[in-house]
Each structure stands twice: as structure tokens, then as C-alpha cells.
Design a protein around this ligand. Structure first.
Ligand SMILES: [Zn+2]
Ligand SMILES: [Zn+2]
Length: 136
């Protein structure tokens, strides 16, 4: 491998590989949110692991679910444990708006929504349940 830093785009996720201290590291980012981090001395093994992760919808869904839960807890939303996420059917066009909580561009690409407010979820876990125009 000639380059010690590589960056890819996969289904709206940013995948980065880099070498540091004789080991290879990889981060998978969705917007500002770290979805997965791993390291390995063999780049081949690391790439296989990361490829499995980005192709595994269930794992990504679990991560989005836990980000949403953390966000609800932080925001003091009641009964957050009973709340779930669901995948929207792809009937609407890809809309892009800004997330009120983290300011990241919100794309409907991943299409997960909160089952209480039906807002699209941001990678940071934000939904409409804690929306407040002065949020910061
Ligand atoms: Zn956000
Ligand atoms: Zn919500």
C-alpha cells in the first residue's frame, strides 16, 4: 500500500483508514458521529472487518438506536426506553435539512425515524421529541 491514508464513501458513510504506530486504524463516520472504530496490524483483516460493518444494516441500525437512546436520555425525554426507531419506506425524495442539535446536514439516505415523533433521525440521535428552537 503506497498511501497511509485512505478515505472512501459508502452509502453516506465516510470510511477512513490510516496507519499509526505500525498499526492500521479505521473509523466509520456518519456526519460528525463515529459509528465504528477499529484497529489491526493487518490492513487486510481491518478492511474485511470494516467492510462487514458498513454492509451490515442491522449493526448500523443498532448504533443509530443507541445514539437515539443516548440523545433522549441527555435531553430528559420521558419514557425514552419505550421508544423505538423504524425505517421509512423509500417513497419520498431525498430531502436534506439541517439537524437542530448538531448542525450536521441531515439526509434521508439512511431513512430512520423516531416512532414517537416520526422525525427523521440524525446520526447524533436527535429527533423531534426534544426539539426546541433555541437548542444548544
Ligand atoms: Zn444531529
Ligand atoms: Zn422523537
Amino acid at each position: 500500500m503506497a498511501s497511509e491514508y485512505e478515505e472512501y464513501e459508502y452509502n453516506g458513510l465516510k470510511v477512513v483508514f490510516y496507519k499509526k504506530n505500525d498499526e492500521y486504524h479505521s473509523s466509520v463516520l456518519w456526519g460528525q458521529t463515529l459509528m465504528k472504530y477499529s484497529n489491526n496490524s493487518k490492513i487486510k483483516d481491518l478492511k474485511a472487518e470494516i467492510t462487514n460493518f458498513v454492509k451490515n444494516k442491522k449493526e448500523i441500525e443498532n448504533k443509530i438506536y443507541s445514539n437515539h437512546q443516548k440523545f433522549l436520555e441527555r435531553s430528559g425525554v420521558k419514557d425514552s426506553k419505550s421508544m423505538n426507531i423504524y425505517r421509512l419506506k423509500n417513497t419520498r425524495k431525498n430531502r436534506v435539512t439541517h439537524c437542530y442539535a448538531c448542525g450536521h446536514n441531515l439526509s434521508t439516505y439512511q431513512n430512520y425515524a423516531c416512532d414517537r415523533c416520526s422525525w427523521l433521525l440524525c446520526s447524533c440521535g436527535a429527533c423531534g421529541c426534544a426539539y426546541n428552537p433555541n437548542f444548544k
